[in-house]
Design a protein around this ligand. Structure first.
Ligand SMILES: [Zn+2]
Length: 426
């Protein structure tokens, strides 16, 4: 039986967070720990040291994912896996990903210190390059066997540094990522605690969130091509103005979502480049991004169709050409119903309020969902701020999140006791 007294060592978690936050902290209070940089390497070494100090089993796999393991009972059974990431975007906050890894570490340490006997091993994975210096979710993609020699060879960052070079500088062989694959049979389920990165929980003043679904997305790079002409001599009705075409598209977005989306659908034009981009020329060419997200696969598909149709109608009417390139497409996933109810039970037993909500941001959990049931716990982000030094969560909410994670792990082990006889994992 699991003691109800079991809890995490919160002062230790606070100390860990302060220590790792100092690694890669810039003058503007932003964190710079992009994957496979000097700062990332320093944070990796810090984490490896903490895992060793705790006396947990340690492994660094071929994708440089750092994995800790606590086994109390039968080693051959599949693991309850906790994961997230410690790499960051440039000028990031201190919590995105990192809080999930540190709470996971704290859960493993608490289990070990209290010698808690569980039916399943518990693992913690700190996944490489979640934030996408080299495209995104490299560590978790490798973990489920979704990388190829070509994808590893072709991965480059914005400045042209290859993944192979960057990993080599940190002492890793990128090609080994092909050996990082874990079988579905080796994992019972996946749990991730993460900051919400949006304003919902904070505005409701609710300390914990249970994630129902994780949004999928499509990201395109589009060029609308018209004709650059003299801004003084070309009559309005004789222009092929590419920016006017884009403006019309942006105005159409709310209608497009009303007709084809649902309440969790969003679409953003976040990056625009104008050519020639001078005051006295008609814009001949505009290059821009579309980032569209939804929690439902069918709806995301309809949004995709509608965006294409709208763009081509505008292009036809305004005598523009249009080219587009798909940068990424990720399918939405549902969190597992059984895990959702286990998390809900855990939080209820803590007499804490929670709210069920979808995740608008992508997470490693989305990738793991291809091979195992997943569940996520959110803690509130102050004013919804994230990917910014302003990112923060109340200490109290962090403590509650870590406790809910620990409780959930124990409950999952307990609930799956019966499945052992059915499945013969051992
Ligand atoms: Zn993250």
């Amino acid at each position: 039986m699991i003691s109800t007294e079991l809890t995490i060592n919160f002062p230790r978690l606070q100390k860990d967070l302060r220590e790792i936050s100092a690694i890669g902290m810039g003058k503007n209070r932003g964190v710079y720990r992009q994957a496979f940089t000097e700062n990332d390497l320093q944070a990796r070494n810090w984490l490896i040291e903490k895992i060793s100090e705790a006396g947990l089993e340690l492994k660094v796999d071929g994708a440089a994912n750092i994995i800790a393991r606590y086994v109390s009972n039968e080693t051959k059974r599949p693991s309850i896996l906790i994961g997230s990431h410690i790499d960051s975007v440039p000028a990031a906050g201190t919590l995105d990903g990192t809080l999930g890894v540190l709470t996971g570490l704290e859960v493993l340490r608490s289990l070990k210190e209290n010698n808690v006997q569980l039916e399943y091993p518990v693992e913690l994975a700190s996944f490489s390059d979640e934030e996408g210096r080299f495209g995104g979710l490299f560590g978790s993609q490798s973990f489920i066997g979704r990388v190829t020699p070509e994808s590893i060879h072709n991965a480059k960052d914005l400045s042209g540094t290859t993944l192979i070079e960057a990993m080599e500088n940190c002492g890793y062989d990128a090609m080994q990522a092909l050996n990082a694959r874990r079988t579905p049979e080796s994992i019972l389920c996946y749990l991730e605690l993460h900051i919400e990165q949006g304003p919902v929980l904070d505005s409701l003043r609710i300390p914990l969130g249970v994630v129902s679904k994780i949004s999928g997305l499509f990201k395109w790079k589009i060029s609308l091509i018209g004709r650059a002409d003299h801004a003084g001599t070309t009559p309005m009705n004789m222009r092929a103005d590419a920016l006017a075409g884009l403006s019309e598209f942006i105005v159409e977005i709310p209608r497009l979502l009303e007709e084809n989306g649902n309440e969790n659908s969003v679409m953003t034009v976040g990056k625009v480049e104008l050519h020639p981009g001078v005051a006295n020329s008609v814009p001949g060419r505009v290059e821009f991004s579309i980032d569209a997200r939804s929690t439902e696969k069918d709806i995301l598909h309809e949004m995709n169709e509608a965006a294409r149709k709208t763009l081509s109608a505008i292009a036809r009417r305004r005598k523009l050409m249009f080219e587009f390139q798909i940068l990424s497409e990720v399918e939405p996933v549902d969190c597992d119903q059984e895990i959702i109810s286990t998390i809900r039970e855990s939080i209820s037993e803590m007499n804490t309020e929670f709210h069920e909500l979808p995740s608008g941001a992508a997470h490693d959990a989305q990738i793991l969902a291809h091979i195992t049931p997943v569940g996520m716990i959110f803690v509130p982000s102050k004013d919804g701020r994230s990917h910014s030094p302003a990112e923060w969560t109340d200490w109290d909410h962090m403590r509650l999140g870590a406790e809910a994670l620990l409780k959930t792990v124990c409950k999952i082990s307990e609930k799956n006791k019966n499945k052992l006889q059915e499945n013969h994992y051992g």
